[in-house]
Write a protein that binds this ligand. Structure first.
Ligand code: CTP
Length: 404
């Protein structure tokens, strides 16, 4: 399972750093290629020589380390992260979690974490008071929501004779987690060569220059799909109504209204292998848009509405051979039944249905819970981070394409 996998093992400054030696040895025994990065703090607890003797490559400690394999110049701070199949930080101090959360990257380990698209596991270890501090819980919550895996600490003896929650998880537990995370990784590059168009966010239909009819979509699910697709090798374009940070290589086209989204999507779709309509497109828009702000003194305006074009249905009726079309269904009642009728009515290959009224699912949340429907059946995906949902949707796309 771990044979040949490139693992960056980050070690930060805590007494548990000595246990990272055992983690390193186990990873090497299992056949992994381990590159250790020790922070300045870690060097107060463990020696470079110990890790260098055990690992596959010499220990790296600084952004300015010289790379003997690459003509003796400083190693690119991004290289280790880009090449890694997985980055593991054990132990992870409160400082590391905070820097990683905020994107502060002034040492080699944090720069590597920011530069990687590989899965990341952090195994925190610290005193109980620090572990239970809201700042640490909050940082971990944000990292978890971004898809970072956390091996929580255990209860037991801590430095300085204290005992309580905060002791680094056992090396065997940490290595087991590395195995399970890598086992669940899709074959990297399984979407290589595919052009994927994804829509994200809710459209806004203007009433006047300051007011609009909108909805609660945050675009998080669409952008999670884009990131996951890009990480798996696809050539990705997102047509979105919201701006969110994206990895380099993802093209973002910003639109506002259903009409603009229609034009941006319809002009690009014919050359795409996969189109995912994750956006919440308005069904109705004001018949007219006032050119200047409607003043309160004019009294409540009567806003007459007309239907927008159904982009998904339009794509479904002109779908090129070999294209996979994915729609979403935002429902509050009879989820499965409504989604099944959307699958048929709109000519989609897959419909990702979610109950937007369920706790922790749908609009604005970082998590979602969906049923992926196709004409050949349904896959239920339990509540999980939107990136995990994205993974399941793209897995379904791949299996649909293999039978298309
Ligand atoms: N959709 C679209 N164009 C529209 C409305 C919806 O492309 N004008 C797409 C959405 O992006 C989504 C799917 O159709 O992929 C289903 O959207 P949803 O809002 O759940 O359903 P509607 O078709 O709008 O039907 P209803 O609101 O009655 O449930």
């Amino acid at each position: 399972m771990l044979a040949g996998k490139r693992i960056v093992l980050g070690v930060t400054g805590g007494i548990a750093a000595y246990k990272a030696v055992e983690v390193c040895r186990r990873l090497i025994d299992a056949g992994a290629h381990v590159t250790p990065i020790l922070t300045e703090g870690a060097l107060h607890f463990v020696g470079e020589t110990t890790f260098s003797a055990l690992a596959s490559e010499p220990v790296r400690t600084s952004l300015w380390d010289v790379d003997h394999d690459q003509d003796g110049s400083p190693i690119a701070h991004t290289r280790l992260g880009q090449e890694a199949d997985l980055v593991l930080v054990a132990p992870a101090t409160a400082r590391l979690l905070s820097d990683y959360r905020t994107g502060r990257s002034d040492d080699l380990l944090t720069a590597t974490l920011i530069a990687t698209r590989a899965p990341v596991i952090v195994a925190p270890a610290m005193h109980t008071e620090m572990w239970e501090h809201p700042s640490v819980s909050e940082n971990l919550g944000v990292l978890r929501a971004r898809g970072v895996h956390v091996v929580p600490p255990e209860e037991g003896r801590l430095a300085g004779g204290d005992s309580g929650a905060g002791r680094l998880a056992d090396p065997s537990t940490i290595v087991a987690r590395v195995e399970s995370v890598l086992a669940k990784q899709p074959t990297s590059g399984d979407l290589g060569g595919l052009r994927i168009l994804i829509t994200a966010g809710g459209t806004r239909e203007p009433i006047d220059p300051v007011r609009y009819i909108g909805n609660r979509s945050s675009g998080k699910q669409g952008f999670a799909l884009a990131e996951e697709a890009a990480a798996r090798g696809a050539d990705v374009t997102v047509v979105a109504t919201v701006r969110r940070p994206v990895s380099t290589g993802i093209e973002v086209v910003t639109v506002e209204t259903a009409d603009e989204m229609h034009d941006a999507v319809v002009s690009r779709a014919p050359t795409c292998d996969v189109v995912v309509m994750a956006a919440a497109v308005a069904d109705f828009r004001p018949v007219t848009t006032a050119g200047s702000k409607i003043k309160k003194a004019q009294g409540p305006p009567e806003v007459r509405l007309e239907p927008t074009v159904d982009i998904l249905a339009a794509l479904g009726s002109s779908k090129p051979t070999g294209q996979t079309l994915v729609g979403f269904a935002a429902e509050t009642d009879s989820v499965r039944q409504n989604a099944e009728s959307k699958l048929r009515a709109k000519g989609a290959d897959l419909i990702v249905a979610n109950d937007v009224s369920a706790p922790g699912a749908g609009f604005e949340h970082d998590t979602n819970e969906v049923v992926i429907l196709s004409t050949s059946g349904a896959i239920e995906v339990a509540k999980a981070d939107k990136r995990v949902i994205a993974r399941a949707v793209l897995d379904a796309v791949i299996s649909t394409r293999s039978s298309q």
